[in-house]
Design a protein around this ligand. Structure first.
Ligand SMILES: Nc1nc2c(ncn2[C@@H]2O[C@H](COP(=O)(O)OP(=O)(O)O)[C@@H](O)[C@H]2O)c(=O)[nH]1
Ligand SMILES: [Mg+2]
Length: 318
């Protein structure tokens, strides 16, 4: 898939947000100045675009401080907004190489998240990316609740050529993680990615499960886990905020992967997440295939979110 291919899928995924945002900005600022009234309208528009109340207020205030030319038009507002959004998300936009340390000994990374957000798929894609960085990877099937979940990880293991450590359905997830870490260490592998369950209907069980995984892998390596990645589905909107809070209560989340930005994504949520939690975003998912995990690039993302760069936007919305 060419880079144009995935960019156009990202763009398509953000269309719902970007075309609305872009046309609203056109309506607000056509024939009117950037002033407290128009900025208040812009703030409402940003809230509608899933950026969240406080982030919307912050961005509107920043535009209020921006020195616009006397004849500034909607496109100048779009460009300034895209720049401010890019500046806001740039500090959390980090490359996967940041977590693919070349230190010896397996780097242990549990992957957490609500069911269906894309954990298992993301682990498959991550494995391929880490392999490109010359890391050797082992996978642990610690979502033992459903047999299908174990099989799904095994399939990804075959697809990307990574060993998968699995026990029977219903077995103790922590025991799988422990077993896998010992085998990864003995086999001299660079990284161990641990697939976990995400059933939120019983938070107590989930907490016990994740805490036990962490406790047990520390018996093998006191430094583990080296990262804990949380996978969020961009189509869930503001719900992603409460997922970050819930999982951060359970484990020390060190970074995010946001999936399904190719779908009917509510991409504005990423901006709010970046602003509110400041957690690194290591990659974004733009499809179901192995190559559909891409770096989160602040500038590209911001411009597409605001409706700049999209051919269909050019001049059409003023
Ligand atoms: N369109 C799209 N689908 C995705 C993406 N990531 C995962 N999926 C799909 O979302 C569904 C749930 O993914 P899965 O990895 O099983 O989620 P898990 O329950 O968190 O392990 C599957 O059908 C995946 O193919 C993505 O970035 N884009
Ligand atoms: Mg899964």
């Amino acid at each position: 898939m060419s880079s144009d291919g995935w960019l156009s899928r990202l763009r398509a995924g953000l269309t719902r947000t970007s075309s609305r945002l872009s046309s609203d900005i056109g309506e607000i600022f056509t024939g009117r100045k950037v002033d407290p009234d128009t900025l208040a309208e812009l703030e409402d528009t940003l809230i509608m675009a899933d950026l969240g109340v406080s982030t919307a207020a912050k961005l509107a205030a920043e535009l209020g401080d921006h020195r616009f030319a006397a004849d500034a038009d909607a496109n100048d507002v779009r460009a300034a907004l895209a720049q401010n959004i890019s500046d806001l998300i740039a500090p959390v936009a980090r490359p996967l190489s940041d977590i693919a340390s070349t230190a010896t000994g397996p780097r242990v990374i549990p992957v957490a998240g609500v069911n269906g957000t894309g954990k298992t798929t993301t682990i498959g894609k991550l494995t391929a990316r880490f392999q490109e960085l010359d890391r050797t990877i082992m996978l642990a099937a610690a979502d033992t609740f459903r047999a299908a979940a174990i099989d799904q990880l095994k399939l990804w293991g075959e697809r990307v050529g990574a060993p998968v450590i699995a026990h029977e359905q219903g077995s103790d997830p922590a025991a799988v993680a422990f077993d896998a870490l010992e085998q990864a260490r003995d086999g001299g592998l660079d990284m161990l990615l641990i697939d976990t369950a995400g059933r939120l209907h019983n938070k107590g069980d989930l907490m016990a499960e994740l805490e036990k995984i962490v406790r047990v892998i520390r018996k093998v390596d006191p430094e583990a886990p080296h990262e804990v990645l949380l996978v969020l589905d961009a189509t869930t909107g503001q719900n992603a905020h409460s997922q970050v809070e819930t999982f951060s209560d359970l484990v020390d989340v060190t970074g995010l992967v946001v999936t399904k930005l190719d779908g009917s994504a509510r991409g504005g949520v990423i901006v709010g997440l970046a602003d509110r939690f400041g957690l690194p975003i290591y990659a974004i998912g733009v499809g179901e295939g192995v190559d559909d995990l891409k770096p989160f690039e602040a500038d590209v993302f911001a411009r597409n979110l605001v409706g700049l760069d999209g051919a269909e936007m050019d001049g059409a919305q003023d």
